[in-house]
Ligand binder design. Structure first.
Ligand SMILES: [Zn+2]
Length: 252
């Protein structure tokens, strides 16, 4: 007879299972295995789990499972602040929010940079590089790849659920409670450098006639020399932020 552990997943962790209707899952195991091995064997990255409870006691990822164990796994919750609890196995991210994203999240990266978040992104980052860089610089790793988040070196990461970039942005803002950190138009969406103010007279020859006529405040990226102004292209993201603030208030 094989040994079994009974795993109950709460909230968003159920996303990682194909059959959504089972409340408690029975998982067979053979040798010495930690609860982290069991979770990751089921496709749940350790970065997504914030609290593990076995029969009213908090356990950590190194707990060796025994036959018949009943274990509950909790994700982070928007309303319930389990990250601040003494018992959680994953402490609140203690730095100014900064990110590194995998190659499939270009549009999300664009949004994050427009909102002022330091976000690294290149098409040709390999998985190993992404994992190591995120750990060295304490950047939150954003990805849609379970395997990448399961790498041991990854300390902070988030598995993006949504397909559409504006939904992805909502997820990240909710997940990391980013509203208070937003600093619109402070960073270059193309290359992540901080923008600088530039006098209109110094760049006037580079502007289109309409821009010249209607705008007076300009910014330049010291790295790629792109010029920016607060024009109608920001309307879309302003509306999105308004929508997110509304949802936040309603506790969705
Ligand atoms: Zn730039």
């Amino acid at each position: 007879m094989g040994k079994k552990v009974y795993l109950r997943l709460f909230g968003e962790l159920n996303h990682f299972f194909k059959s959504k209707n089972k409340k408690v899952r029975e998982i067979s195991f053979k040798n010495r295995q930690t609860i982290k091995d069991i979770l990751e064997g089921e496709g749940i990255p350790h970065t997504e789990v914030y609290l593990l409870i076995k029969e009213n006691f908090v356990i950590d990822f190194n707990y060796l499972v025994s036959d018949g164990d009943q274990i509950s796994a909790y994700p982070v919750f928007r309303k319930l602040d389990i990250e601040s609890s003494q018992q959680t196995i994953r402490k609140k991210y203690p730095y100014q929010p900064k990110f590194i994203a995998d190659a499939h999240l270009g549009k999300l990266v664009n949004y994050l940079r427009i909102l002022g978040f330091d976000t690294l992104y290149y098409n040709d980052y390999g998985d190993k590089y992404l994992a190591e860089k995120s750990s060295q610089e304490n950047r939150m790793l954003l990805t849609r790849d379970h395997g990448l988040l399961m790498r041991k070196v990854v300390k902070y990461g988030y598995f993006i659920r949504a397909d559409k970039p504006h939904q992805q942005l909502k997820e990240v803002i909710f997940r990391y409670k980013l509203l208070k950190y937003i600093k619109k138009s402070s960073r270059c969406p193309k290359c992540n450098h901080l923008l600088k103010r530039v006098e209109k007279k110094d760049i006037i020859d580079l502007l289109e006639p309409k821009t010249k006529k209607y705008y007076n405040k300009f910014y330049i990226c010291p790295n790629c020399r792109q010029i920016y102004w607060k024009g109608s292209h920001l309307d879309k993201i302003n509306n999105l932020i308004k929508e997110i603030k509304g949802e936040y208030k309603n506790g969705l």
